[in-house]
Every structure is written in structure tokens, then in C-alpha cells.
Design a protein around this ligand. Structure first.
Ligand code: AMP
Ligand code: ZN
Ligand code: FE
Ligand code: FE
Length: 297
């Protein structure tokens, strides 16, 4: 199958996203979610999709969970796709909830695993608090519905939105956020507050690199410098929320601060309806090699 590149580009060398690589350059999607967090597909299905899209590598970056990695790595070996270990963590920056991506982590690192177990327990307690708030507002959502949505995954607001939708308590997925659980909404509850420095420490303990995920329009340069001082290694430049202008802006910051670049689809599947975008938000493999050489040099 032909290589698929971002945004309908023909993959010509002049395209900004190719960073000077030749047209047939091997590509990687470094941001995907599975049933181990709020994604709809199993690790196997993600790796198979990556294979079908003609990618050379894929990273599974579940929220607060590395449990899908072994399955993905095994299938990666069978299908000839490199699976890069990954993880997405949420940290508190001022009053913002900022996402970090970790790559090349040792996903068996005990300290990391202990923290992730703790975060997932905290997420469960938070889901209970949100359900209680909803019940007080006469929205009869049951915790069981939420847990059913989460399955083996670490429970988050997307599961609550899906439960509200499936139980007929909202008309759409987005309405759940707009009416109830969006940040600052009447049934909103904060997550456990992990500070950036703690997350960077945890990621580097596990031998990984830390990236700022999808900064979009919401992370200013002062905040970025704060993160760099604390140990940030790179920025996710390619992401569905970034247009060409934002990508150029972040690529400029990457160069200015001697950071690394990453990118991916943030694919979730299922109700997020992003199936058609798989394979479109990728980075050339030389970006993966640059990451690897930063780590092992
Ligand atoms: P959590 O980590 O449990 O707070 O869930 C965060 C996730 O909820 C984000 O990654 C989005 O997928 C989703 N989300 C947050 N706010 C909204 C919103 N206003 N509309 C739709 N999805 C949202
Ligand atoms: Zn997610
Ligand atoms: Fe995220
Ligand atoms: Fe994500």
C-alpha cells in the first residue's frame, strides 16, 4: 500500500512536514490510544492499522497506562512494524492541565508502574466524585455504566461522556462536556495534580524522553521555557489540532531551544470518529532516529 502522508499532501520533498526527507520516506505515528485508556481499538488493532497504512513505526501512548505495550510489541514483531514504547501523562501547569508524552520508556520500570497504578486509582476516585455530582444534579448516571465504558482502560472523562450518551442522558458526546463535565463545568472534578518536574523525573527514571503533547494555541512561550527548565526534551509539532501555521511556530521553537520534534494522530477510534484520519498525521522516521540518538548518545 502507498505511503500515506498528512493532510492530503502528495509527500513531495518540498512539503514542510517532510522536513526535507525524500518522497518515499518511511513514516511513524507517535501518538495513539487503545482500550487500555480511552481508545476504541486494542493494541493489536492499532499495530495492524499502522501496518495497513504503510507506516514503519507506531507508538502507543495510553493515558496513565503502559499495559498495552507488550501486546503491541509482539504484534509489531509479527507484522514488521517498530513499536516505540509510549505513555501520555497529564500535569498541572499554573491553572492548566497540560499533557506530556513519554517515549522509549522502560515500561517495566517498577517506580513508573507504581505511580501509574496510583494515578489510575486516583482517576477512579475522581470518576466516582463526578458521578456523585451528576446524581446531585438529578442526572441518574451509574458508576457501573462508566466502568463498563472504561473496560480495562484507565477511566477518564471520555468514558463518562460515552456513558451519558449511551444511557440517553445527553444527545451527543460533546453535549456531555458542554453541559456537565467540561473543565469548570457543574460536574467537573480535577484530576490528581502531578507537577511537571515529577513527571519528567518519572519519565527519565524509566529511561525515556519527555515531549509536550499538542500544545495548540494554549501553551505560551513562558510556560514552555518553564517546562524546558524542568526537563522537557521536545514538542509534538504534528497533531490534528495544529494547522500549518502552528506547526511552523512550534518547529521554530524546537530549533530555537534545541529541542526534539515529534508528531502523531492522537488516534482514539470509536465514537471520536477519527478512523479516516489514521495514517495522515505522521513524522518521517529520521525524526524517530534523532530522538533515539539523543537518548543513546
Ligand atoms: P480526562 O483526562 O479524564 O480529564 O479527560 C480528558 C479528555 O477528555 C481529553 O483528552 C479529551 O479527549 C476529552 N475532552 C476534554 N474536554 C472536552 C470537550 N470540551 N469536548 C470534548 N472532549 C473533551
Ligand atoms: Zn485520550
Ligand atoms: Fe492529550
Ligand atoms: Fe492523546
Amino acid at each position: 500500500m502507498a505511503q500515506m502522508v498528512e493532510s492530503g499532501s502528495k509527500g513531495d520533498a518540498s512539503h514542510a512536514d517532510d522536513s526535507g526527507s525524500p518522497p518515499s520516506a518511511a513514516r511513524a505515528d507517535l501518538h495513539t490510544h487503545t482500550t487500555h485508556s480511552d481508545g476504541a481499538l486494542s493494541p493489536y488493532e492499532i499495530v495492524r492499522k499502522a501496518h495497513e497504512a504503510g507506516l514503519s513505526a507506531v507508538s502507543i501512548t495510553d493515558h496513565d497506562n503502559v499495559a498495552g505495550l507488550d501486546e503491541a510489541i509482539e504484534w509489531g514483531k509479527s507484522l514488521g512494524i517498530e513499536v516505540i514504547t509510549g505513555l501520555e501523562l497529564s500535569v498541572t501547569l499554573g491553572d492548566k492541565d497540560v499533557h506530556l508524552l513519554a517515549y522509549f520508556i522502560d515500561h517495566k520500570n517498577q517506580e513508573l508502574l507504581d505511580y501509574l497504578t496510583f494515578f489510575r486509582r486516583e482517576r477512579l476516585k475522581r470518576a466516582e466524585r463526578i458521578v456523585q455530582k451528576l446524581n446531585k444534579m438529578n442526572v441518574p448516571l451509574k458508576l457501573e455504566s462508566v466502568l463498563e465504558q472504561a473496560g480495562i482502560g484507565s477511566v477518564g472523562r471520555p468514558h463518562i461522556a460515552n456513558a451519558l450518551l449511551d444511557d440517553g442522558l445527553t444527545d451527543t458526546y460533546h453535549e456531555a462536556f458542554e453541559k456537565y463535565i467540561g473543565t469548570g463545568g457543574p460536574a467537573f472534578e480535577k484530576k490528581y495534580q502531578l507537577m511537571p518536574a515529577q513527571a519528567f523525573r518519572l519519565i527519565s527514571l524509566a529511561g525515556g524522553l519527555s515531549f509536550l503533547a499538542h500544545p495548540g494555541k494554549y501553551t505560551n512561550e513562558v510556560e514552555l521555557v518553564e517546562l524546558i527548565k524542568n526537563g522537557l526534551d521536545g514538542i509534538e509539532v504534528t497533531h490534528p489540532a495544529h494547522d500549518e501555521k502552528l506547526k511552523s511556530y512550534y518547529r521554530g521553537l524546537v530549533n530555537q531551544y534545541f529541542l526534539l520534534e515529534s508528531g502523531g494522530s492522537d488516534f482514539h477510534g470509536g465514537k471520536k470518529n477519527d478512523d479516516h484520519t489514521f495514517g495522515l498525521f505522521t513524522v518521517p522516521m529520521h525524526i524517530v532516529e534523532t530522538m533515539r540518538s539523543r537518548l543513546f548518545s
